[in-house]
Design a protein around this ligand. Structure first.
Ligand SMILES: NC(=O)c1ccc[n+]([C@@H]2O[C@H](COP(=O)([O-])OP(=O)(O)OC[C@H]3O[C@@H](n4cnc5c(N)ncnc54)[C@H](O)[C@@H]3O)[C@@H](O)[C@H]2O)c1
Ligand SMILES: O=c1ccn([C@@H]2O[C@H](COP(=O)(O)OP(=O)(O)O[C@H]3O[C@H](CO)[C@@H](O)[C@H](O)[C@H]3O)[C@@H](O)[C@H]2O)c(=O)[nH]1
Length: 663
């Protein structure tokens, strides 16, 4: 991101979002109505029913279906719109029977979310469609396009169906028959067909920051949402529920409604907001055990019915208390604010890390985090200082929120949010500067080893990785070589990010992507650890790090009542699997033997020959060996505080962590 642009060009552009402007007075109209009571000050926004959430968007036109309920009498709101009276005791909330779901967009969110919904709802057919043929082909193969712990098993169970089996375990009083499961998850490029058949359509397309034109560098590009919505509008059945799963600017549900109305003025659709909170690297775990499912709907009878129908889909595995229903725009806004506040915690700790380093008194940012995290009001998560936050979400969503604040002429609010990004950029630049400074102010003739390229551990996602920014800064110093290794990322993805980072040809020629840590560290003057992979902690550090999957899981005994049910749910089957693993003392993925064999890859499969294995199989760094292969004085710049400084110092390394004393 170009921070100068963020700092200098205040992106106050009235009426940028037509859908927003329709519901709010535009920034200009606000300014011009300074004298009209209750309309000019920020307080007047609080008085606006739209902003309060009571005047949620106009409902779809009443359905023409014979069985559709009558709308309740409407109240007139401040902006002249009519809104149904909500909260009446006879509000019908009968969920519509959902038999067919379509996901538009088979990306990091669409693919895993669809898979988990299909997994827990075997009676619902889930079609996942995407325009990208390669991606769809990967979802249909054994080389999924996304590496997430446990994802392949979930996909195989739903996509391929399972074998029937009889479970006999010593802890069970009798054998349990598990029926064969029919496939109910289909990945394809048949966008129109899948939309035509769906009761619920999740829109999961990308919403990056605009890179050109109006609002470039700060506004969200919703063109993929528009395009997907147009296809939905032209092809969906009447009554289909449209769900915004993508992270969107506040007000996008209204834009979707407008597009639907334009193409299908006589047809009724409800638009729900259902933002996704999964984090990459833990996507399956987050989807299986979400902190909350947020559903935003119009506070009207059809809106509430649509929300109830969606709730019923999640209720297959999520406890009701975790499903939160609010109005559409609160939901859209909450997603942006959640990411902004998570990032704010990281920037706060990164700011503290700079202070620890400059203080020179030995204050350690990890100690500070520990102390803060014990305060139950603060909590321990997202307090890990490092080289900054990366990834496709935080930066984009903070920009999105700040942009909205600027549009609303809330400059102080926008500045407040943008400060989080300034610290993030400052932190990564500070790191690169310190590496150069410690290497006597010049990288000429030196080799720099970079361990970690993914934006975080546990994922193969390289989008907006912090590593690419730091590598760019280091490359400007014209080192002999920058060697990069990441145990989870494909070479092509790393190369792609680097080639798009704006390096000159001469700088690009100095970059080498390696397949292991030995080749990376050989003859290097410094090792930069940029992703918190456990492999980089090293095998010297006491016990080798546990590989996930081998942990002895606590078996949920309440779920083990599976045998009392005629057709155990997947949650109960998972509890049986945990029990079987415990009894077999093995982390085997399919202890009950339910999975069907995978279809073998075609001869010469590119992914097989590339040998992309699971990161779990990658070798742990042996720092003793690294010490022998590096140039003196063997610098380790630990950007994620993952190595054991004292042990590495004992091996002869000079180690600098984040927020750990003077540089
Ligand atoms: N990545 C995450 O961890 C995460 C988490 C929560 C929310 N989100 C949000 O979810 C949304 C999707 O993110 P992602 O990471 O899955 O993006 P992605 O780029 O991985 O996937 C988006 C997919 O949509 C497809 N697509 C675009 N237009 C289409 C169309 N008209 N018809 C069919 N397919 C189309 C693309 O080909 C692509 O495969 C974004 O708004 C993002 O902010 C992402
Ligand atoms: O204490 C911490 C925690 C994270 N990070 C970094 O922050 C970035 C983002 O990490 P994380 O939030 O775990 O991953 P994401 O997949 O980006 O998930 C975020 O963005 C998603 C997309 O909107 C949301 O759904 C998730 O709830 C939200 O956590 C990564 O570079 C991490 O290394 C830190 O530096 N310190």
């Amino acid at each position: 991101m170009d921070m100068r642009r963020v700092e200098t060009s205040r992106p106050v552009l009235p009426n940028l979002h037509g859908h927003l402007a329709r519901s709010f007075p535009s920034s200009q109209s606000l300014a011009s109505s300074q004298n009209s009571p209750g309309a000019s000050t920020p307080n007047s926004w609080a008085a606006n029913p739209w902003a309060r959430g009571t005047g949620t968007p106009e409902t779809s036109p009443p359905s023409t279906r014979a069985h559709s309920p009558e709308l309740k009498p409407k109240a007139t709101t401040e902006d002249g719109n009519t809104s149904p009276v909500v909260g009446s005791p006879d509000t019908p909330q009968i969920p519509k029977a959902v038999k067919n779901i379509c996901f538009v967009g088979a990306g990091f969110v669409g693919g895993p979310t669809a898979a988990v919904i299909a997994y827990h709802n075997p009676e619902i057919l889930v079609n996942v469609v995407d325009l990208n043929e390669q991606r769809v082909a990967a979802w249909n193969s054994c080389h999924l396009p996304i590496h997430e712990n446990g994802l392949l098993k979930v996909v195989r169970t739903a996509r391929d169906g399972t074998l029937g089996t009889t479970v006999t375990l010593p802890d069970l009083d009798r054998a349990i028959e598990l029926d064969a499961r029919q496939p109910n998850l289909v990945f394809s490029t048949k966008v129109v067909e899948a939309i035509e058949e769906a009761d619920i359509i999740f829109i999961c397309v990308n919403t990056p920051t605009k890179t050109y034109g109006l609002g470039a560098g700060s506004m969200a590009d919703v063109s993929a949402i528009e395009s997907a919505t147009r296809t939905v509008a032209k092809n969906a059945r009447e009554g289909t529920i449209i769900v915004e799963k993508s992270t969107v600017p506040c007000g996008t549900a209204r834009m979707i409604q407008d597009i639907l109305r334009y193409h299908r003025p006589e047809t009724s659709f409800e638009v729900l907001s259902n933002p996704e909170f999964l984090a990459e690297g833990t996507a399956v775990e987050n989807l299986m055990h979400p902190d909350r499912i947020l559903i935003g709907s119009a506070q009207t009878l059809p809106g509430l019915r649509a929300a109830a129908a969606l709730k019923a889909v999640y209720a297959a595995w999520v406890p009701a208390a975790r499903i939160v229903t609010v109005n559409t725009f609160s939901s859209e806004l909450a997603k942006l604010v959640a990411n902004t506040m998570l990032a704010q915690r990281i920037s706060s700790m990164n700011a503290v890390s700079a202070m620890c380093e400059e203080l020179g008194l030995g204050a350690d940012v990890d100690d500070v985090s520990l102390a803060l995290g014990k305060d139950s009001r603060i909590g321990p998560k997202f307090l890990q200082a490092g080289v900054g936050f990366g990834g496709s979400c935080f930066e984009k969503d903070i920009l999105n929120l700040a942009y909205l604040a600027s549009e609303l002429r809330l400059d102080a609010v926008a500045e407040y949010w943008l400060g989080i990004l300034r610290i993030n950029e400052y932190q990564r630049q500070r790191y690169a500067r310190n590496v150069v400074r410690e290497l006597n102010g010049s990288l000429r003739g030196k080799k720099i080893a970079v361990l970690g390229f993914a934006f975080k551990d546990g994922t193969n996602d390289t989008r907006n990785s912090i590593a690419v920014h730091i590598i760019k800064d280091l490359a400007e110093e014209m080192p002999r070589e920058i060697a990069i290794f990441d145990p989870g990322c494909a070479r092509a993805d790393i190369l792609d990010e680097i080639q798009n980072s704006g390096l000159t040809q001469s700088q690009l020629e100095r970059i080498k992507i390696c397949t292991g840590w030995r080749e990376t560290a050989q003859d290097s003057s410094a090792v930069c650890v940029l992703t918190q992979w456990k492999h980089f902690r090293g095998c010297q550090m006491g016990r080798p790090p546990k590989l996930s999957g081998t942990e002895t899981k606590l078996v949920d005994l309440s779920l083990l009542q599976a045998h009392q049910h005629d057709s155990p749910t997947e949650m109960r089957i998972r509890a049986l699997e945990d029990l079987a693993r415990r009894e077999q003392q093995s982390p085997i993925e399919d202890p009950l033997g339910r999975l069907k064999p995978l279809t073998p890859c075609p001869e010469g499969c590119k992914d097989c020959t590339l040998g992309i294995g699971s990161p779990e199989e990658a070798e742990t760094v042996d720092w003793v060996e690294v010490a022998q292969m590096m140039q003196e004085p063997r610098w380790v710049f630990d950007g994620r505080n993952v190595v054991n400084t004292l042990e590495l110092q004992a091996l002869g390394f000079r180690v600098r962590g984040i927020g750990k004393g003077p540089w």
